[in-house]
Design a protein around this ligand. Structure first.
Ligand code: ATP
Length: 361
C-alpha cells in the first residue's frame, strides 16, 4: 500500500547489461518534498537507477510509481521531472534566457509567454538580468545555476540531479550545494541527487540511500547512516572510522589484543563467545577528560603521528595492549594543547562504549 506521503515508489527494480547485474531488486519509497541522495562508489549503480527513474534507461524488471501513477514504461517526455547533469549541458548557441525557456517552449509556450517565468527563475538562482548572455560568458558555477533554472522551468514534481557539482571547484561546490538545498526547501520539490561525495550527501540530504554493487546497503537520515551504519561497508564509506579485530567473549565483552573491551548493549548485536568480530569506532568517539579508572574502555597509548587538519587534528595512536592495530582519534586544537597531543607523547583516554559498532569479521 502506498502511503499518502509517498511520492515516488520503486518496486523490485532490476537492471542487467547482458550477464552483468547493475541493479538487483531495488525497493525504495521517497516522500513528497524529500531530498534524497543516492550515495556510493563508482560503478555501484546510482546513475543507472536515476536514469531508470527518468526513463532514459529501461529497467529489466520492476515498477515505478510517481504520485500514484505507474510510469514504468512511459517515455521521458511523458514523465514529470526536471534533470540536471554533471556537465553543464547548456546549448552553447542559445542565450541564457533561451536555454532556461527551452522546456517551456517545447511545451507550446511562445518565447514571449515564457519570458516572465524565465525572469523569475533567473532571480531564483541568483542570476537576474543574465538572460542575454551566452553560456561561454559564464563561470562553471553560473552555468550550473542556469542548468538548475532550466530543470525547474516547468515546475516539475521531481527534480533529478546527477552529480551536479562534481565538475566545480571546492569552494563553488559547497556554496552551490547550500543554495540548491535552500531552493529545494523553498520550492518543496521532491529531489534525488546522485553523488559519490559523502560529505555532500551528509550536508544536504533528508535521507541517504547508500548503494554498493547494485544493492541498497542502508537508507537513513545522515545521522543514522553516520552513527548507526547498517554494515561494515556503510561504516567505511561514510566518514572516517577505526576498525579493530577482536574476538567476542559474550555479554558484550570483546578481547582485542591483550585488552578486554565492553561495549554498551545498545551499540550493536551481541555475539557468541569465540566469534571473530570487527569493532568500528569513529575518531571523535573517545573521552579524554575525566577518564574513570574503572572504565572498561580505558586505554593508554603513544602518539605515532599527528595529521593537522586546521580546526582539529587526527592523531594516530599505538594503543598499549592492542599491538599492530593503531587507531586514529580526533582532537580539537584546544585539546591538542591541553592533553599534549604530539608525536611521541603518551595519552590516556577511553573509547566510547555507546558508540562502538560490532560486525562479524
Ligand atoms: P559512476 O559514479 O562511476 O557513474 P555509478 O554508481 O553511477 O558510477 P553506473 O553508471 O550506474 O554506476 O553503472 C553501474 C554499473 O553498470 C557499472 O559497472 C557500469 O560499468 C555498468 N553499466 C552502466 N551502463 C552500462 C551500459 N550501457 N552497458 C554496460 N554496462 C553498463
Amino acid at each position: 500500500m502506498t502511503s499518502d506521503a509517498t511520492y515516488l515508489e520503486l518496486r523490485g527494480i532490476q537492471k542487467r547489461f547482458g550477464a552483468f547485474s547493475a541493479l538487483d531488486d531495488i525497493d525504495l519509497s521517497i516522500r513528497r518534498g524529500e531530498f534524497v541522495c543516492f550515495l556510493g562508489p563508482s560503478g555501484c549503480g546510482k546513475t543507472t537507477l536515476l536514469r531508470i527513474i527518468a526513463g532514459l534507461e529501461t529497467q529489466t524488471a520492476g515498477t515505478i510509481l510517481q504520485a500514484g501513477r505507474d510510469i514504468s514504461v512511459l517515455p521521458p517526455a511523458a514523465r514529470d521531472y526536471g534533470i540536471m547533469f554533471q556537465s553543464y549541458a547548456l546549448f552553447p548557441n542559445l542565450s541564457v534566457a533561451d536555454n532556461v525557456a527551452y522546456g517551456l517552449v517545447n511545451r507550446s509556450h511562445s518565447k514571449a509567454q515564457a519570458r516572465p517565468r524565465v525572469d523569475e527563475l533567473l532571480q531564483l538562482v541568483g542570476l537576474p538580468g543574465s538572460g542575454g548572455k551566452y553560456p561561454a560568458q559564464l563561470s562553471g558555477g553560473q552555468q550550473q545555476r542556469i542548468a538548475l533554472a532550466r530543470a525547474l522551468a516547468t515546475s516539475p514534481g521531481l527534480l533529478l540531479l546527477d552529480e551536479p557539482l562534481s565538475a566545480l571547484d571546492a569552494i563553488v561546490r559547497v556554496h552551490l550545494r547550500n543554495e540548491i538545498r535552500a531552493l529545494q526547501r523553498k520550492l518543496g520539490v521532491t529531489t534525488i541527487m546522485v553523488t559519490h561525495d559523502q560529505e555532500e550527501a551528509l550536508s544536504v540530504a533528508d535521507r541517504i540511500v547508500v548503494m554498493n554493487h547494485g544493492v541498497i546497503e542502508q537508507v537513513g537520515t545522515p545521522m543514522q547512516v553516520y552513527r548507526e551504519p547498517a554494515s561494515p561497508f556503510v561504516a567505511d564509506f561514510v566518514g572516517k572510522v577505526n576498525r579493530l579485530q577482536a574476538v567476542a567473549e559474550g555479554d558484550h565483552w570483546f578481547r582485542c589484543g591483550d585488552m578486554r573491551l565492553q561495549c554498551s548493549p545498545g551499540a550493536g548485536a551481541d555475539f557468541r563467545a569465540g566469534r571473530e568480530v570487527a569493532l568500528y569506532l569513529r575518531p571523535e568517539d573517545r573521552v579524554v577528560d575525566g577518564v574513570r579508572d574503572d572504565d572498561p574502555m580505558r586505554c593508554t597509548g603513544t602518539v605515532r603521528q599527528v595529521e593537522f587538519l586546521g580546526s582539529n587534528c587526527l592523531a594516530e595512536i599505538d594503543v598499549h595492549g592492542i599491538p599492530g592495530q593503531p587507531i586514529q582519534l580526533q582532537f580539537s586544537l584546544n585539546q591538542m594543547d591541553e592533553f599534549d597531543v604530539r608525536e611521541g607523547s603518551s595519552l590516556r583516554f577511553a573509547l566510547r562504549a555507546d558508540r562502538l559498532r560490532v560486525f562479524p569479521a
